[in-house]
Design a protein around this ligand. Structure first.
Ligand code: NAD
Length: 478
């Protein structure tokens, strides 16, 4: 798979190249062109021009049809997308087959469908005396696209997360300039091929590759020609993008980091709670923003839970690597730090040795820790690897206080069979998403996003359409 920029309907590879490394065994997969400021300028200009062309005049139904053609195009190249995602990320093939690629298809279909169900608001009012005019009026609100939208996405769910923004942005009639992570450029390049084949007018979708700071990401998000930024990634990167966008008062939608808690009450179905926590901590080796890193367990079942979770973690195999050597080293440095801070390592705790080609890759063992104080860095900071810390609690209030004592607030999971407790606890957890007796069960129409340092705004269904369009009120005196 050759990574290429896609600008104004033309594929190009100008800019210095950097190597793409396979995380599964450390081999070189190919070269990626680094977009210069000129390439980014061209992409933004092409997007701007596209808004003045047929795309800008297109009825919502035609845009929906275009999105469906893109969905069909991804489906038609299903295996190619799976191959590319597996090569770039090292994830198990089944994950790409059941999550990444079907969800990308679903993202385009979901927003195409949603466009039809969207009512425009219209109502007549008698204008009250405090306004400068008087009399009856018909007010109606129309939605206008924002213009040129920058989509900057991370490496952990490359296709899924970028299309989660690209689809609603296009649905609303915007033009997009996307910059995928430098670690995972391949499915984005394939998506540009699909857009091209689907006959989207040139410039409606543009793709630039490259790094973030001082490079393509920064050029794009600080660009005066960009009307909105949709970003998923680390909270510190979100802060840098916000500073960069401040000069142009560019609106942002941010999905950022997390340090997600799970609360396991003694009345929970323990089999389900252990199963669910294995999934929530170790799916994609903990490299999903929704993954649990802090587990709080009510004291009567604490010992049993820890022992069962540890056993399950030790038995996991076939897990994928960290995305890069740098990220592997970061995760291992937290494991060292946790030991220094007094952690008991119940399972894992280091890099595995396979005795085969995988030893050239960037794997970390599924790891369960206990015994750390809540002030420990491994308990407070996002590790983004297959690592969780388990601590006991005695009361519901204490469980909530522990869960909420975090700068982050993305997602939480509550395990209990007590219906009243579930409804009492869930709304008091300070996160944007709370799952009860499940994890990562998603309805694409629901609000998705975080509070505190975990984000700004919500994505999903109407929430995305709201961000990617501007309501304009028209008041007609009658
Ligand atoms: P990252 O912040 O390092 O990079 C994300 C993207 O931003 C990349 O495309 C990168 O090139 C770009 N970038 C980096 N610095 C930039 C800058 N100064 N200006 C403009 N662009 C810049 O994140 P990552 O390591 O790729 O992804 C992991 C992080 O993403 C974790 O913190 C994880 O929690 C978070 N995440 C959040 C969600 C969510 O929905 N809340 C989903 C997935 C991942």
């Amino acid at each position: 798979m050759k990574a290429e920029h896609y600008v104004g309907g033309v594929f190009r590879s100008d800019g210095p190249a950097f190597p793409l490394i396979a995380p599964v065994d450390g081999t070189e997969l190919g070269a990626v062109p680094e977009a210069t400021r000129e390439v980014v300028d061209d992409a933004v200009a092409a997007a701007r021009a596209a808004l003045k062309g047929p795309w800008g005049a297109m009825a919502a139904e035609e845009r929906a049809a275009a999105l469906r053609r893109v969905a069909d195009g991804v489906q038609a190249r299903f295996e190619e997308f799976v191959d590319a995602e597996v090569a770039d990320t090292g994830r198990p093939r089944a994950f790409a087959e059941t999550v990444d690629v079907p969800r990308a298809v679903g993202n385009f279909r979901a927003y195409a469908d949603l466009l039809y169900g969207r009512p425009e608001r219209a109502y007549t009012t008698r204008v009250p005396g405090w306004s400068s005019g008087t009399g009856e009026a018909l007010n109606y609100t129309v939605r206008r696209p924002l213009g040129v939208v920058a989509v900057v996405s991370p490496w952990n769910l490359p296709l899924l997360l970028s299309t989660w923004k690209i689809a609603p942005a296009l649905a609303c009639g915007n033009a997009v300039v996307a910059k995928p992570s430098e670690e995972t450029p391949s499915t984005a390049t394939l998506l540009a091929r699909v857009m091209d084949d689907a006959g989207l007018p040139p410039g409606v979708f543009n793709l630039v590759h490259g790094h973030g700071p001082g490079a393509a990401g920064e050029f794009l998000t600080g660009h005066p020609g960009v009307d909105a930024i949709a970003f998923t990634g680390e909270s510190a990167t979100g802060a840098a993008i916000m500073r960069n966008a401040a000069d142009h008062v560019t609106p942002v939608s941010f999905e950022l980091g997390g340090k997600n808690p799970a609360l396991v009450f003694a009345d929970a179905d323990l089999d389900a709670a252990v199963d669910g926590t294995v999934r929530s901590c170790f799916t994609h080796s903990g490299q999903i923003c929704l993954c649990t890193e802090r587990v709080y367990v009510e004291r009567p079942v604490f010992e049993e839970f820890v022992s069962r979770l540890g056993e399950r973690a030790r038995a996991l195999d076939g897990y994928g690597p960290m995305i890069s050597a740098g990220h592997r080293d970061k995760v291992l440095s937290y494991l060292r730090l946790a030991r220094e801070e007094g952690a008991t390592v119940v399972a894992g705790g280091g890099a595995p040795e396979f005795g085969d080609a995988r030893d050239g890759g960037f794997h970390v063992q599924p790891t369960v820790l206990t015994g750390l104080p809540e002030t420990a860095r491994a308990v407070r900071e996002e590790i983004f690897g297959p690592v969780c810390h388990v601590a006991p609690f005695d009361t519901e209030d204490e469980a909530l206080a522990l869960a909420n004592d975090s700068p982050y607030g993305l997602a939480a999971t509550v395990w209990t069979r007590d219906l009243s407790r579930a409804h009492r606890v869930a709304p008091r957890v300070e996160t944007g998403i709370v799952w009860v007796n499940c994890w990562n069960l998603r309805d694409l129409r629901t609000p998705f996003g975080g509070v505190k340092a975990s984000g700004i705004g919500r994505e999903g269904g109407e929430y995305s359409l709201d961000f990617f369009s501007e309501p304009v009120n028209v008041c007609v005196q009658i």
